[in-house]
Structures are given as structure tokens and as C-alpha cells.
Design a protein around this ligand. Structure first.
Ligand code: CP
Ligand code: NVA
Length: 307
């Protein structure tokens, strides 16, 4: 069975910990390991916009000694409805891994079912697991550990980042709180799956409606856009109900002393986060962005070694 990384709980706690340790090593010595020397090729496909994911994967694959084939999915035959089964079978014969940013999680599942090369989710409507590996690396760098700390996600608690933070941080043994307005709260199944992970790691997962209560005493505050890619025209009010969930100085004041603030970026300053916070001393968002590079290099290396 080919190992893929389609959602955060595709790595066990020990495996996630190994990837994060490797990510720290790779950050300390970025050109030391060349597992893609040959060069081996990695397909990196985007059906949605990207800045960080595109640059970090392409640069990371080069640093690992490999070659990245970066394409806009709509310009391939996938964009003309070639089946994902045929695409998976064909791409596996050319590349050693496939990294894909797309819409439905089912599309990743379908491709992975037919790919003998590992498939990595570079963001879907449901999950953004590469981002959460980078988030965990950043938390460990700044707080010395992840397990046992409390992380609070505020904002659109029904989106891909909320889902991935619940799963990935539960795997890491964190206490996860998610807080968003009515209509934008997480799917009960994902919460239950994350709680199941947390039971095994000593963490916990709670949905807390009140933002100040959710932020109270937290070691990490995190937010994301209120309008994810593909939701621009969904007809929902994606500003008004979210206002109380903005990370601003008041809300940050409820968190623990020395709390850090994460945001996967791109940020919509003045909406989900204020300038004062994102540019202030608690913010580690640019370390977080850089860690996409190191965490993804570690993930690709681990996947290639564990097939
Ligand atoms: N955080 C993130 O995935 O950014 P991009 O959309 O720019 O890749
Ligand atoms: N939730 C956001 C994340 C962007 C990196 C989106 O899907 O657009």
C-alpha cells in the first residue's frame, strides 16, 4: 500500500514527530540531504491560486536534489476531465511523488487510489495538512514543545484550516479549541475524529462558541481568512458574523502571557487579524511561512523512505 499524505491523521503521532524532527534538521542545514538526487521528479499541480505552497514546494524539491514539474491543473488533460484513475496511473510512471492543490477531498482520494507514487494534499476544500506541519514546527521552535499546549483557532471554524488544525494538533497531543460564529462551526464527524486522536495523545478538542472564552489562557492563537478559495460567491455573509472572532489586541489580551499568533497567510488585515497583532511581538507568521519549506522537504523525504 502506497503511503500518501491526504489529511493530517495520515501520520501517526510517532510519524508526525519524526517528520517534525527532520524538518528542524533540514532548517538547520538546508542542503545536507538530497533524497531526490538523480534527479527524481515531483509533480506539483495547482487547481487553485498559491504563493507560499508553490514556491516552497518548488524550492524545496530543488534543494533535495530533484526536479519539480509545476503545472496549472486546468492546462492539463485533468482540466478536460481525463479520469483521475488514468491520471494517477500515468503520472506514477513519470514522477516519484505528486503534490496537488484542488477542490474536493474526494478528488485526492481518487487520484491516490490509482497512484503508486505518494500523493500529498497541498490544500483541498477540507484539509490543509502541509500547513499544519509547518504550524507545529513553528510552535515547537517558539514554545519548545507542542504536546500539552493549548491552541485556539478563531474564525471560519468550518474550513480546511480548522479541520486540519483539529486533526494535526490532536495528533501532536495539543489541547485544541475552535471558535466561530453560528453556521461556521466544524463538522461533528471531524470533531469526533480529532477527539479520538486526542484521546490517544493526551490532548483534547473542544468547540467553544464564545471567542474570549476560547482564547482564555491559550498558548497559541490562530486564524485564517473568512473567505476561502472557492467561497467568494457562496452568498453567505462572511464578514458581519465573524467580527467578534477577529484576532486583535483585546482578544490577544485573553491569551496566556507569551502567547504566539499564527496565520497561514494570505492575511486580510483588518478582517480576521489586525495590523497591530500581525505586525506585533506575538506574531510568528513569517517564521510559519518559512517553515512550509522545511516541513514539506521533511515530509517528502519521509514519504520516499517509508514506501
Ligand atoms: N498558506 C498557503 O497555503 O498559502 P498559499 O495559498 O499562498 O500557497
Ligand atoms: N482557508 C484558505 C487557506 C488559504 C491558504 C483557503 O482555502 O483559501
Amino acid at each position: 500500500m502506497t503511503r500518501h499524505f491526504l489529511r493530517d491523521d495520515d501520520l501517526s503521532p510517532a510519524e508526525q514527530s519524526a517528520v517534525l524532527a527532520l524538518a528542524a534538521q533540514m532548517k538547520a542545514d538546508p542542503l545536507a540531504a538530497k533524497p531526490l538526487a538523480g534527479p527524481k521528479a515531483v509533480g506539483v499541480i495547482f487547481d487553485k491560486n498559491s504563493t507560499r505552497t508553490r514556491f516552497s514546494f518548488e524550492v524545496g524539491i530543488v534543494q533535495l536534489g530533484g526536479h519539480a514539474v509545476v503545472v496549472d491543473g486546468t492546462t492539463t488533460q485533468m482540466g478536460r476531465d481525463e479520469s483521475l484513475a488514468d491520471t494517477g496511473r500515468v503520472l506514477s510512471r513519470f514522477v516519484d511523488a505528486i503534490v496537488w492543490r484542488t477542490f474536493g477531498q474526494d478528488r485526492l482520494d481518487d487520484l491516490a487510489a490509482y497512484s503508486t507514487a505518494p500523493v500529498v494534499n497541498a490544500l483541498s476544500d477540507s484539509f490543509h495538512p502541509c500547513q499544519v506541519l509547518a504550524d507545529l514546527q513553528t510552535i515547537i521552535e517558539h514554545k519548545g514543545r507542542a504536546a500539552g499546549l493549548t491552541i485556539t483557532y478563531l474564525g471560519d471554524a468550518a474550513n480546511n484550516m480548522a479541520n486540519s488544525l483539529m486533526l494535526g494538533c490532536a495528533v501532536a497531543g495539543m489541547h485544541v479549541r475552535v471558535s466561530g460564529p453560528e453556521g461556521f462551526r466544524p463538522d461533528a464527524d471531524i470533531v469526533a475524529q480529532a477527539q479520538q486522536q486526542a484521546e490517544a495523545t493526551g490532548g483534547s478538542v473542544r468547540v467553544i462558541d464564545d471567542p474570549a472564552e476560547a482564547a482564555g489562557g491559550a498558548d497559541v492563537l490562530v486564524t485564517d481568512t473568512w473567505v476561502s478559495m472557492g467561497q467568494e460567491d457562496d452568498g453567505l455573509d462572511r464578514v458581519g458574523p465573524f467580527r467578534p472572532y477577529q484576532i486583535n489586541s483585546d482578544l490577544l489580551g485573553h491569551a496566556a502571557d507569551g502567547a504566539i499568533v499564527l496565520h497561514c497567510l494570505p492575511a486580510h488585515r483588518g478582517e480576521e487579524i489586525t495590523d497591530e497583532v500581525i505586525d506585533g511581538p506575538a506574531s510568528v507568521v513569517f517564521d510559519e511561512a518559512e517553515n512550509r519549506l522545511h516541513a514539506q522537504k521533511a515530509l517528502l523525504t519521509w514519504l520516499l523512505e517509508n514506501q
